[in-house]
Design a protein around this ligand. Structure first.
Ligand SMILES: *Cc1c(COP(=O)(O)O)cnc(C)c1O
Length: 409
């Protein structure tokens, strides 16, 4: 019997996995070109407007605005919806802090709906959470797997509330015939280093709504109606400086042409991995949403017999880095701003019932299915430069751990 590396045996995989190399020589050349132009400021540059045009074209969207991060993109999206202070925004408990911070900074109240077995928002629970103060839903396509976005769009339409898609983990990923990000009113993307398309940090927002296009641009540019130089300035909306620089746009630009191939490669590798571990007792990948591709921003595994932390530790010891629980606990327990109501000064604003809103507290038990799912969630990372042999090694290491690690549940 092979001994687990956790107990001193030889690791299943001794070699490191390949490094991801999203920045090609073309990106280097464009970055150099940007620097040589002596202008790195987006609004007067070449590369930021080009990235916006090409990103919009990739999605068949009418309007795209590039910005400094995924968090900024979500903030621009919500600022464009323009809720009243004290309004409620329904979202998922399994997301990045970047999906929550913009809600708080717009003086709104995050309301959490529970997830289904795919770890994405359960539309029925979303509908149950709607109140007269609900202004928007932020739907995250977790790990590269779609939410039931058509059901959510129907609910949003019926209640007259906005639907924001957070596509930070699901660039160029299809649900039925269309890319995720084209189902809601407005969609936000992160271009952070780990994302399918990256500028190190960066973000993009897209919409087809002509009435929102201008506000979307102004919100990330201090609200500034840029007119002729000099004279009295006009700041038309309350916004922030979330501008993308020319350097970020230059290195992101070549990926417009390659991101779909990268995502397809991840899908192929992810499907291969799933097929190699299908028969193992005690673990399985969570179901993929009916009609969705899974672009494998991360590869989730649901383990039953072991605590996620223990399984991840054993797998990591075998040379296959693994994490437990993605963010560990639902975001309302991870963020002191929510769990501890530590927001602005000594206030609990905007969770304190401001502007006739509903005071709210976040505690364990709020979304029981999400809490339970994260306790059983092990996450792996693959990327487009992995080979079939790398996937075979990951599958072999999972098999070894699943076969030999004593259950602790
Ligand atoms: C990465 C991520 C964000 C935040 O993006 P940043 O670029 O890090 O600000 C928001 N939501 C989700 C789902 C993400 O994965």
């Amino acid at each position: 019997m092979p001994e687990l590396a956790l107990y001193g045996g030889a690791p299943y995989r001794a070699r490191p996995f390949p490094q991801r190399t999203p920045f090609t020589e073309e990106a280097v050349a464009l970055a150099v070109e940007a620097i040589r132009s002596q202008n790195l400021f987006g609004p007067s540059g070449r590369f930021v407007p080009m990235l916006e045009r090409e990103f919009a074209a990739l999605y068949g969207a009418q309007h795209a605005v590039a910005c400094s991060s995924g968090t900024a993109a979500i903030h621009i999206a919500l600022g464009t919806v323009n809720p009243n202070p004290g309004d409620e925004v329904i979202t998922t408990p399994i997301t990045d802090a970047g999906g929550i911070l913009p809600i708080l900074f717009q003086n709104c109240v995050p309301v959490f709906a529970d997830v289904d077995t795919t770890l994405n928002l359960d539309p029925q629970d979303v509908e149950r959470q709607i109140t007269p103060r609900t202004t928007a839903i932020i739907a995250t396509h977790l790990a590269g797997n779609a939410c039931q976005i058509e059901a959510l769009a129907e609910i949003a339409r019926r209640h007259g509330i906005a639907l924001i898609e957070d596509c930070s983990q699901a660039h160029v990923t299809r649900y039925h015939e269309r890319y995720l990000g084209t189902y809601g009113d407005i969609a936000a993307f992160s271009l952070q280093q780990s994302k399918h398309m990256t500028a190190g940090d960066g973000g993009v927002v897209i919409t087809n709504r002509a009435d929102w296009a201008e506000r979307m641009r102004l919100f990330g540019d201090k609200g500034w109606l840029r007119g002729p130089r000099g004279g009295r300035r006009s700041y038309a909306v309350l916004g922030l400086n979330y501008r993308m620089t020319e350097l970020q746009a230059a290195v992101a630009l070549p990926q417009i042409g390659t991101v779909r191939a990268a995502v397809e490669r991840r899908m192929e590798l992810g499907a291969h991995l799933a097929s190699r571990i299908r028969d193992l007792p005690g673990l399985q990948p969570p179901p993929v949403t009916e009609g969705s591709e899974h672009s494998c921003w991360m590869v989730p595994l649901h383990v039953e017999r072991w605590t996620a932390a223990r399984f991840a530790e054993a797998l990591t010891a075998e040379g296959v880095p693994a994490g437990a629980g993605y963010i560990g606990e639902p975001i309302y327990l991870c963020m002191e701003a929510l769990a501890g109501r530590r927001t602005f000064g000594v206030s609990a604003h905007p969770l304190d019932g401001c502007h006739g809103g509903r005071p709210i507290e976040y505690a364990p038990g709020l979304c029981p299915r999400a809490e339970e799912a994260l306790r059983h969630l092990v996450t792996l990372n693959i990327h487009e430069h992995y080979t079939r042999e790398d996937i075979e090694d990951i599958a072999g290491a999972i098999r070894k751990v699943a076969t030999h690690l004593p259950p602790d549940l």
